[in-house]
Every structure is written in C-alpha cells, then in structure tokens.
Design a protein around this ligand. Structure first.
Ligand code: HEM
Length: 126
C-alpha cells in the first residue's frame, strides 16, 4: 500500500492546476455550462474548484480557510443543474482527466468520486 496521500501520489498542486485549468478551458467553450457561471472571468471559479479538490484529496486546507465548510449542495442551489448540465460537466471533466495523465489506480478513484459528486448535485428534474 502507498502511505502517501492521494494528493501527493498524483503529483500535488501542479497536477490539480493542470486538471482544473483544462476543465475550465472546456467550460468556456461549452454552450450548456458557460451561461451558468455568473462571472465574466472564470479564473476565480477555477481557483475555488482547484482548492476544493486539493483539500478533498489530502492537500492543503486553503479552500476552507477562504470559503468555510464546502456545503457543495447548498452552494449549487442557485444554479439549475439537471441531467443535461450534469452530463456536460462530466464530459468536460472527462477530457481534463484524460489529458492530465493521472495514472491508475488514482485515475479510476478520481473519476468514481467526480461521477458520484456530480450526480449528488443534480437539483432539477424538469
Ligand atoms: C461552484 C456548476 C458539479 C464543486 C460552481 C458554480 C457553478 C457550478 C455554476 C459557481 C461558480 C463559482 O463562482 O465558483 C456546477 C455544475 C455541476 C457541478 C453544472 C454539474 C453537476 C460540481 C462537482 C463538484 C463541484 C461534482 C465537486 C466535486 C464546486 C465548488 C464550487 C463550485 C467547490 C465553488 C464553491 C464556493 O466556494 O463557492 N459549480 N458544478 N461542482 N462547484 Fe460546481
């Protein structure tokens, strides 16, 4: 077994930077997702998601120092997230995960979590 945290095992901050910057490059071009993001500049949203995932996987707790408890379901309530939005989010994330080159078994572990989390944030079934 590997005593390092997932965060360290996949390469630490540079890996999360690459992953989330690739994800937001997809979001910027995604007609379903882009209108959901209220800010013109996606940079701050990119930083929040990156810091959250770094913290979740055993890295520094900068996310909670800045934002408090994640409360992801509550924080997504302002946005209509149906199956279409969820699937678009997962498609963009899939591209990012594939291109970041995270090795197994971490890749599957990461993907399983992201899929579960995305399904749990659906808040509209219209
Ligand atoms: C914030 C959309 C799934 C984590 C946001 C925001 C939008 C959004 C529009 C606001 C942007 C901002 O200003 O930060 C979506 C959609 C999803 C989804 C459409 C599809 C299911 C997820 C998942 C995670 C996640 C699966 C975690 C694994 C976050 C975080 C924030 C955020 C950490 C920032 C919260 C804060 O501190 O304010 N999301 N999201 N989201 N999302 Fe998502």
């Amino acid at each position: 077994s590997d005593p390092r945290s997932f965060y360290e095992a996949v390469g630490g901050e540079p890996t999360f930077r690459k992953l989330i910057s690739r994800f937001y490059a997809e979001v910027a071009e995604e007609p379903v997702l882009r209108p959901l993001y209220p800010e013109q500049d996606l940079g701050p949203a990119e930083e929040r998601l990156r810091l959250f995932l770094m913290q979740y996987w055993g890295g520094p707790h900068t996310y909670s120092e800045r934002r408090g408890h994640p409360r992801l379901r509550m924080r997504h309530v302002p946005f209509k997230i149906g199956p279409t939005e969820r699937d678009a989010w997962l498609r963009a994330m899939r591209v990012a995960v594939d291109e970041t080159g995270v090795e197994e078994p971490y890749r599957s572990q990461l993907w399983q979590y992201l899929e579960m989390a995305a399904h749990s944030l659906v808040n509209s079934w219209e």
